[in-house]
Design a protein around this ligand. Sequence first.
Ligand SMILES: Cc1ncc(COP(=O)(O)O)c(C=O)c1O
Length: 393
Amino acid sequence: MTDLSDIRSRFPGIVGGIGARWARFDGPGGTQVVDAAIEAAAEWQRSGRNANSHGAFAAADACDALVERTSEVMGRLLGADPGGMVFGPSTTANMMALTRAIGRGLGSGDEIVCTTLDHDSNVSPWLLLSEDTGATVRMAAFDSDSGRLEVEAVTSLIGPSTRWVAVTGSSNAVGTIPDVAAVVEAAHEAGARVVVDGVHLTPHRSVDVTTLGCDVYTTSSYKWYGPHAGIMWVEPGLLDELDVYTGRAAPQRGPGRLQYGTPSWEALAGIEAAAHFLLSVGMDDVAASEAVRFGRLLDGLHAIDRVRVVGPPDAADRAPTLMFEVSGLTPATVAEHLARQHVAVWDGHNYAVDAMVPLGLDAEAGAVRAGISIYTTDEDVDRLLYGLAGLAA
Ligand SMILES: Cc1ncc(COP(=O)(O)O)c(C=O)c1O
């Protein structure tokens, strides 16, 4: 396994400035940016290559080449055809664009299957579509005791009227990783297509979209050490088939159909660098290293009396993200207490809006969420645990 102990030096936001004082467990909401991605975005803007695509001059060629390179490296990171990479401002924006196009072909009698484990960006766009088209959204419930979404919970809702299935690759609340390939297989057998929200999965696991077999896979580079942007892979045949909402002069084929206006070239430069960074470390090594910190965090939390870990008690089939609550205290109070000790955690529902009540939590207040990132150390984990032990005493 690659030794990742030096990796923190690659993150100026962790080793410098105010970052150096903080233990950062807020990665599931957005990570710090790797040096190569910061440099690439800045270098692009300094270079004179800022222009637009499809022109007669060198800078325009450079823009085309940037799209090609970034699509290619994203294809390698995700195990997907580079021809399907759509670059947008965020996954939520990409999902709104996708579902708006899909909606033009839906009507009453059509069904969409969503899940209660998903981030709202893979639910609300479908609910809006249902309002507009009369299609029905059926919600597959995860198992509230285990925090896991069983394949059967989804497949039992798939039938001849199902047109789309929208399922998470990994919960951004409790980290659990459903068997998405099995869901895809059942959906395809029924003639339905599948969108996988890979936003929380991509930073923590080696992903192979071709093996998953899904039709659409979404990810956001600011969750994996890159800039704020969303990348949505759409199976190229489907991409050309979709009845997209777009301008008259926009491309008639390929990813440009779902990209509105000029992409952020500087973001693409950052995405390219961040994807190369992950590939150079190796996702299996990332997962193995994060698993060690996550085990330490889970064990430590279980050992504190007033702490309840929400969701599964173990680390199996799970990204290194968890939620917990401290009895007698609101999640916000706990987060504020930890912040005073320079430990950054999120509290609330974290947009997993349908997951909170089944997990025994208040719909709004949710719980405290802590996520391990590539740069998290044992010392960070101990600081969080120490901070909580003091609070819970
Ligand atoms: C699992 C998951 N899906 C989707 C999103 C939305 O991503 P974006 O902020 O790029 O719209 C997030 C962001 O927190 C997420 O964690």
